[in-house]
Design a protein around this ligand. Sequence first.
Ligand code: 13P
Ligand code: SF4
Length: 349
Amino acid sequence: QMSQKKLEERVAEVKEKLGKRLYIPGHHYQKDEVIQFADATGDSLKLAQLSAENKDAEFIVFCGVHFMAETADILTSQNQKVFLPDMRAGCSMADMANIQQTERAWKKLQEIFGDTILPLTYVNSTASIKAFVGSHGGATVTSSNAEKMVTWAFEQKERILFLPDQHLGRNTAVNLGVSLDEMAIWNPIEDNLEYEGDISRVKVILWKGHCSVHENFTVQNVYDTRRKYPEMKIIVHPECRREVVELADLSGSTSYIINAIEKAEPGSSWAIGTEMNLVNRLIKNHPDKHIISLNPHMCPCLTMNRIDLPHLVWCLDSIEEGNVQNRIQVSQDIARDAKLALDRMLRIS
Ligand code: 13P
Ligand code: SF4
């Protein structure tokens, strides 16, 4: 077993040797031991934009989760290879919508609402779901452009189906003036629409999925923080529940949160409702500000955390040896339709 120092030296060595042939994008939720080697860091929108622009790299070692690596593969060209250092780095939210469930949902929703719905999917979804959405005229969405994309969707159709995160969907729709009684929930386990009242009023159909990391931030956490630190500003990710976002001072994507903390006055105090690695990095990088996690028990994303230094080294070793292990390769027909959805988003945002 190699020491931390040896592992770090090894990454540096391969990076030096492969130069521009190797590109390592890293999501803000990645561990510091990995992020120190990232050629670029970003939220999911920025990482998708960078993939679409990158024409040089032959090997893209994606430090993030599976759906992000799939997106990178879809947006890069055939001769660029995308790798994920640990194939178990999935996303429990993306796993909450599969293509069979989506096709069944779509059929039933067409029966109820006819041709009045446009599907949108959060990028936190499998390539097959993106392909479904792309081939039905819809687009992908990230937490930093959701309002823009939902506004665009309402210019196309009367209603939207929002997959797979009910919280981002609800938070975005509320911000755009849609009332809660104009939203229904699609339950993919029971294959039915959860709604009471006059169904013709429904404008937004929320897929019943969520992020198990962000659901850990509760209204109680907000009350406790307000009582203990009356001066503290609360900033959360829109994957948090509606009630939490409602009580917070600010909400936005990971990049939005980072910007807000960077712009904040020295001496100001902040409680942050998002993944633990990012909160810890902000605490470390801003010793002049008082920063805590909104949930004192902290909330790690276990799948993001699967990408660690040993896995990164293993992946780089295998690339250097000419192997294609852990390559993420979306099949061509799925990639083609998924790209329609991603390109619509990249064009608008
Ligand atoms: P953003 O980086 O787009 O804010 O997304 C957060 C997230 O949960 C990624 O999995
Ligand atoms: Fe998925 Fe939530 Fe982890 Fe993001 S934080 S990768 S949405 S499980």
